[in-house]
Design a binder for this molecule. Structure first.
Ligand code: ATP
Ligand code: MG
Length: 558
């Protein structure tokens, strides 16, 4: 089995890492980190960051730290932590023994803050949040110094200690860096680095009632962990001077550098965790792992593979240009992976009865079908042929349109792996809906027998025997949104696709499919790639999700 994990293409960040190694900037060390906030499930955008950070570590003989940014105790949950760890491993990456939490560094953050106060580089500000905002200035006007800015180090130290001791209410004081209230970069206008929050933390419990702000804690964590390349998305570009200020003005043990790349955005997809949480809490989807979600647990349940996602991350590349990637690129990566690896099976998703009138009652023949057309070594399975069959409703047309080469009254078609048949008649119900198609088979045309191909037909359709197949539920998915960029619409609710899921409970499948396992990639011939649903399947009674169709149909009107 070949595995399409590509050798990642060069990109500007990889080039920087290679150059730094060549110049021994950090000796021979490369250390990156992936720092999610445990306030939601990872999405396909995070996969881009994971593949970049862990991929660099892998390819440059370095390490990538798994680090939770747990500086915001109110929004975080261990449910998210567990899922994030599981998902990174599922994607195929390994942090070894480098699992960290920003909260591991809270004591260090505190100690460096004390030193900054002592050095006159930080002060406790007692302005209200509102006054701090109004002193901040705007992009075009400088800010104003706080009246507490020139407070003595001793007084700030005392207040900071009492903040930690829990003497003050939330919002009563903050600790700010003393940088420059007139800086054109708002992030340098005396940013707050500590705030009071009387909220228990899921890891540190009630040890702290003050918490460091992300920008500060992040820079300290990177430096404490001896990260060499701190890679983040472009919205942090303006924060880089603050990052540098923190590592240069504290006695941290190493000097990491920050590099930024552009976020992944996908068409027909919302990517922000906040909005994805909304979809879950409002019941628009069934959960974070709904197969229509762009979360990695959702994609996995849908039938996406780690190989396909890694291939996608490689194909889209890494740059500083804002990008909106067509979701068909992701879908195509899944096809590329599964075409190679998926077992072939037959399922009839919208069955209509086909009776072979000249075939003996009660007779069956075992027709052989390869498990994979390009892998003869994977062997064959048999599909029983009999008088009463089902075919796809759309493979028969009573009044064929031009160019329709499948079954039509009087027309001939090959039943894949079996005989050529000629349609003799059909029956309809009161509503005009076809209920049974009648045909005769041509005995000398059985696939695999000498001369079978002498008789030419244009169409080739799949089928199953009514008595030798099983009923199963199959779920077909479409995009969750009808608008290519739902984030750009004022209210994304107005562009939800009402037909994004279609559960078909009366599909017919090969009997062998009843023992299909979660995680086993399967192609239903002509119908797409499918996966066993991990949530709603029962033993011997799988529910199948369509991961992707066989061909890109996005050009067609939907
Ligand atoms: P969201 O806005 O979706 O909530 P986030 O940036 O707040 O995402 P974090 O948990 O902080 O999510 O992200 C962890 C890492 O993943 C960060 O380094 C972040 O830059 C990166 N990341 C998040 N979203 C994307 C994306 N769409 N494309 C690439 N990287 C991303
Ligand atoms: Mg975030």
């Amino acid at each position: 089995m070949s595995n399409p994990t590509p050798i990642p293409a060069a990109n500007f960040i990889r080039n920087i890492v290679a150059e730094d190694l060549a110049q021994a900037k950090n000796g021979d060390r490369v250390a990156t980190r992936f720092p999610p906030e445990p306030n939601g499930y990872l999405h396909i955008g995070h996969a881009k960051s994971i593949c970049l950070n862990f991929g660099i570590a892998r390819d440059f003989n370095g390490v990538c730290h798994m680090r939770f940014d747990d500086t915001n105790p109110a929004k975080e949950d261990t449910e998210y932590v567990d899922s994030i760890l599981d998902t990174v491993q599922w994607l195929g990456f390994d942090w070894g023994n480098h699992l960290y939490y920003a909260s591991d560094h809270f004591e260090k953050c505190y100690a460096y803050a004390e030193q900054l106060i002592k050095a006159g580089k930080a002060y406790v500000d007692s302005l209200s949040a509102e006054d701090i905002r109004s002193h901040r200035g705007t992009l075009t006007e400088p800010g104003k110094n706080s009246p507490f800015r020139e407070r003595s180090s001793a007084e700030s130290t005392d207040l900071f200690h009492r903040m930690r001791a829990g003497e003050f209410a939330d919002g009563q004081h903050v600790l700010r860096l003393k940088i420059d209230m007139a800086s054109p970069n708002m992030n340098l206008r005396d940013p707050a680095i500590y705030r009071i929050r009387h909220v228990p933390h899921w890891r540190t419990g009630n040890t702290w009632c003050i918490y460091p702000m992300y920008d500060y804690a992040h820079a300290i964590s990177d430096a404490e962990e001896h990260i060499t390349h701190s890679i983040c998305t472009l919205e942090f570009e303006d924060h880089r001077p603050l990052y540098d200020w923190v590592v240069e003005n504290t006695a941290v043990p190493s000097r990491p550098y920050q590099y930024e790349f552009s976020r992944l955005n996908l068409t027909y997809t919302l990517m922000s965790k906040r909005l994805l949480l909304e979809l879950v809490t409002q019941g628009t989807v069934s959960g974070w792992d709904d197969p229509r979600m762009p979360t990695l647990v959702g994609l996995r349940r849908r039938g996406y593979t780690p190989q396909a996602i890694r291939l996608f991350c490689d194909r889209i590349g890494v740059s500083k240009a804002d990008s909106l990637i067509d979701v068909s690129v992701l879908e195509d990566c899944l096809r590329t992976d599964l075409n190679e690896r998926a077992l072939r099976r037959v399922a009839v998703l919208d069955p209509v009865r086909l009776t072979i009138d000249n075939y003996p009652d009660g007779k069956t023949e075992e027709c052989e079908a390869p498990n994979h057309p390009q892998h003869p070594e994977w062997g064959k399975r048999t599909i029983p042929f009999a008088k009463e069959l089902v075919i796809e409703r759309e493979d028969f047309m009573a009044e064929p349109t031009k160019g329709f080469f499948r079954l039509t009254p009087g027309g001939e078609v090959r039943l894949r792996y079996a005989y050529i048949i000629k349609c003799t008649s059909f029956e309809t119900d009161a509503a005009g809906q076809v209920t049974v198609v009648h045909a005769d088979y041509l005995p000398d045309t059985r696939s695999g027998t000498p001369g079978a191909d002498a008789h030419k037909v244009k169409g080739n359709i799949h089928w199953l025997s009514v008595d030798h197949s099983q009923t199963a539920e199959v779920r077909l998915y479409d995009r969750l949104f009808t608008h290519a960029n739902p984030a750009s619409v004022e209210n994304y609710q107005t562009v939800l696709n009402a037909n994004s899921i279609e559960a078909r409970k009366e599909c017919r499948v090969e009997s062998a499919l009843l023992s299909a396992q979660v995680g086993e990639p399967i192609q239903f011939e002509r119908n797409g790639y499918f996966a066993v649903d991990s949530r709603d399947s029962n033993a011997g009674q799988p529910v199948f999700n369509r991961a992707v169709t066989l061909r890109d149909s996005s050009a067609k009107p939907r």
